[in-house]
Write a protein that binds this ligand. Sequence first.
Ligand SMILES: NC(=O)c1ccc[n+]([C@@H]2O[C@H](COP(=O)([O-])OP(=O)(O)OC[C@H]3O[C@@H](n4cnc5c(N)ncnc54)[C@H](O)[C@@H]3O)[C@@H](O)[C@H]2O)c1
Length: 251
Amino acid sequence: MRLQDKVVLLTAAAGAGIGQATARVMAREGASIVITDIHEDRARAVAAEIASESGVRTLGLKCDVTSAVDVKNAVDETLGAFGRIDVLFNNAGTNRPTQVADITDEVWDLVIATSLTGTFYCCRAVVPAMRKQNGGRIISVTSVAGFRGLAGGHAHYAAAKAGVMAFTRCLAMEVAPYRITANTIAPSFIFNEFIPHIYPQDEIDRMFEEIPYPRKGTPEDVANAALFLASDEGEYMTGQTLCVTGGSWMR
Ligand SMILES: NC(=O)c1ccc[n+]([C@@H]2O[C@H](COP(=O)([O-])OP(=O)(O)OC[C@H]3O[C@@H](n4cnc5c(N)ncnc54)[C@H](O)[C@@H]3O)[C@@H](O)[C@H]2O)c1
């Protein structure tokens, strides 16, 4: 029960991937869980499932992270229900693989707004409560795409994720005096059932082939890294990026 009495707010946590897996891992450790997602019905359903499976308090809320109003409402509702937010898990991100010459303004804006601006909105909304509590953990999901050159049409996505890492380092400096940490987790390819709707099969094959470790990475692998950063054991780590890559990225 490493997160007993903690309140965790997660974005994009009603899908098949990292967000929901992290919510479940943290619920098993005793945390109260706020599932937010752009899809309200799924957010409520996942919150109800986790409550009945883990016996923790949960809340399911609509929150499109590209809307500052949605983000503020979700944070206010969480504070109204639980009185505090100990962990913010910024999971929302989206990719529309496209070569630079073909990226429309709309696609650029969507990719940047979901990862980078959404992370900013959530941090801006949560930090005042964490400062009052004199403590908190902010964990944002980035990607090894933020470090590397990739040919598969990832320039906008890579820029957004690198932006979140740079943003997080400066945020970590600002909030450290309040015992708030801010870190990112950079996964490599983590399969879930929706991935084939986003990436062509040859890109999926390429992403698997470059992983030296002899199994596929799972959303739970990322969730376990998040649990460490959220737990007492992760207290002295801030401004960092934890890479969960099966060795496909080393530095
Ligand atoms: N899956 C991978 O291979 C991989 C690799 C590196 C990084 N990441 C990053 O990990 C994070 C999670 O990705 P995942 O693939 O595990 O999927 P996920 O299931 O964790 O997230 C998908 C969810 O995001 C929600 N969502 C989409 N846009 C939203 C918005 N504007 N506001 C709120 N919710 C929104 C969807 O409704 C869906 O429920 C993303 O930031 C992604 O960029 C994923």
